[in-house]
Design a binder for this molecule. Sequence first.
Ligand code: GCV
Length: 693
Amino acid sequence: MILSSSSNPKYSMCWLSYKPIEKKEYVQEVEKFLEHIVLLEKNIYFQNAGNELKMALSVLFGTEPRLNSALNLYVDNGIVLGKVTNENLQAFITDVEKEAVGEEGFIIKVIDENKKKYIIVASKSEKGIIYGIFHLINKFRLKTKLNELNCIENPKAPLRIINHWDNMDGSVERGYAGKSIFFSHGRIKRIYKRIGDYARLLASIGINGVVINNVNVRDKAIWLITPKYLNDLSKIAEIFRLYGIKLYLSINFASPIYIGGLDTADPLDKNVQKWWKDTVKTIYSYIPDFGGFLVKADSEFNPGPYVYGRTHADGANMLAEALLPYEGVVIWRAFVYNCLQDWRDTKTDRAKAAYDNFKPLDGRFSENVILQIKYGPMDFQVREPVSPLFGAMEKTNQMMEFQITQEYTGQQIHLCYLGTLWKEILEFDTYCKGKGSYVKRIVDGSLFGRKYAGFAGVSNIGDSINWTGHDLAQANLWTFGKLTWDPDRKIEDIAREWIILTFGDDKKVVENILWMLINSHAIYEKYTTPLGLGWMVNPGHHYGPNPEGYEYSKWGTYHRADTKAIGVDRTSRGTGYTLQYHKPWQEIFDDINKCPEELLLFFHRVPYDFRLKNGKTLIQFMYDSHFEGAEMVDKLIEKWKELKGKIDDEIFNRVYERLKMQKEHAIEWRDVINTYFYRKTGIPDEKGRVIYP
Ligand code: GCV
C-alpha cells in the first residue's frame, strides 16, 4: 500500500518534490541497476518502502522497475531490499557490517560484479528500511557517485520526536502555517492523504515519533486517551507506523478527575494508579505500538503532582509504571517555573527554576521516564545559554527540546534559520564529566549510557500550501531531523543538501540561499535583542518589539533597565544562577570580562558605558547592532532577488513578499529599541543616525 504520490498534490512536498535527473551520464550509470526492485521480506513495511522507491525512480530516472517480492535473489540486476540476516544477502554483507547496523539503521552496498549489479539496502528491522530508502533516493538526487553510496547509517539519538501544539479546534498554539492537519472543530480530521505525506516527509529526515496534540491539554483534548477518539487515532497511528513513526499523546495530569470522575489525581492514590493502568491498557488495545505520554505538569496552569504535595518523580513514575509493560515511555517536561511572580521580587530568578525543581530528583525517575528540557533556561529566546540541567542529571534520561516553530524568532515572517543556533547548543561542552562532555553526547544517550535520550522539536507545520508559511522555514524542519539523526554533521552541509533537494543545484541558487540561511539568525538577533537580552516582545502573541511588554508582568522575564544599566545579575553575587553550571563555566559566566559577549546581558547587569571587547560602549553597540541588523535585511532581499527566474515564480514571490515584510518589521524593531535606549539614557548615537526621540 502506498498512501500518496508526489504527483500534483495541492501542497508542496518540500524536499521530496522529485524531478527528472538531467545529467545523462549519471542516469546511464545508475540505470544499469534499476531493472528490478526486489523485496526479500514480505510485509507491508517492505512493500511500502518498495513502492516509495519505485515511485521516486520513475520520476528521477524515467524507468519503471519491476517490483518483486521474492524469497530468492533470482535476478541479477536491481535494488534489493532485505534484512541484514536474510540468507540471500550473506554473500554480500560481512558479519562485521551486520554487527554495525543498529535497530533503526541500514546499510547500503553497491555490488558491481560481471553479471551481478545490485544496490542492496538492508536493515535489521522493518523500521530501518524506510530510512534507507529515503537516504538512497536523496543520494540519487544529489547525484552521488555509485561507489560513494556504500554506507552504514545509524541514528545517533534513540528518540527523534516532533511535538505538535495542535488544538482540537484546529488552531495551532504558536503555529504560523495555517491550521492543524490533525484536528478541526473538536474532531480528528480524516484527511489521511495529507497525514501520509507528512509521515513521508518526517521519515525522510529520520523522525521516529510524533506527539500530535498540544502539551496544554484542555477541553476535548483531555479525552483523546479514551475510546471516543482512539479508533480515529489508531488510523493515524497506522499511517505513521508504515513510516517507522510512533504516535504519542500529550495528557492532562488531572485526567482521572476529568474523565474518571475520581476526586483526586494524586499519583500515590491507588485508585488513580489503577485508573491510569486501565486507561493505558485500553490505549494499547487500539494502538499496539503507542509511544507514550508527553506531560506538561505544574507548568503554566496545567495540573501536576505539586497539587498533592508530591514530587515530579512521583507523578512521572506512576504513569511510567502503567506504560512499562507495553514498552511505552513518559516524556516529562522540565518547563516548570513560577508564572505568577511579582515583578518587585528581585530574588526569584526564573532561569533557575528548572534546575531547582529537577536536580534534586536525579536518580529518582523510573527507567522509562525521560526529562524533556528546553534548550535554554527561559523559553526559546533568540539567544540563551544552554540549560544547566544538561549535564546536571547523570542518572536521568534527558531529551533536548528545540522550537522549530519560530515563536520568538520571527514567526515564519522573518527568515531565521535555526540550524546554526541549534548546532552551537549541541556543541556546548558541559564539562559534567570533564572536558568533552558535549550536550550532543548527553542527548544522544552516549555520555551516560542511557537507553532513552533524544530530541523533541516543536513543529512548525500547518495545513498551508507549503507546510511552513515561509518556504525557507522548511529548512528548519529538515535540519531538526537531520541533527537528531547525526548531531555531528556540519550545519552548512545539512543546509546545502536541503537547498539542492528543494531548489536544485544551480550554483547561484545554492550559494545565495546558503548565505541567507547561515546568516539569518545572526541578522535577526542583531535587530531584535542582542547580547542575550531576550524578550522585549509584545505580550501574548510575542511578535514585534515592546521593550517593557513583560517588565511589570507575572512571567518572570525582566531586564530591569534603568537610566544607568540593564540586565539581571545572575552571577554568584547576584541570583546565583551561574552556580548551576560546572566549572569552568561558573567562573567564566561569573566574570563580566570572560563571559561570552553574546550572553553578556543574560548573566550580568551592565552599565551603558561599559566597554565591550571591540572598544564600543554597550549603548553604542546596541545602536550599531540595530542599525546594522535592519540594514542587513537588504542583503537578504538582494540575494533572493538575484534568483528570480531560477526559482519557481510562485515560491519566489511568496518568499519575496515575506522578505519585504521582514524589512519593514526589522525597521520597527530597530527604531523602537533604539528609541527606548535613547530615552532611558539620553546618550546620543556617536554616528548621528536618526533615533526618534
Ligand atoms: C505550549 C511558552 C509558549 C506557550 C507554550 C509554553 C510551553 O510559554 O509561549 O505557548 O505552551 O511555552 O512550552 O509549554
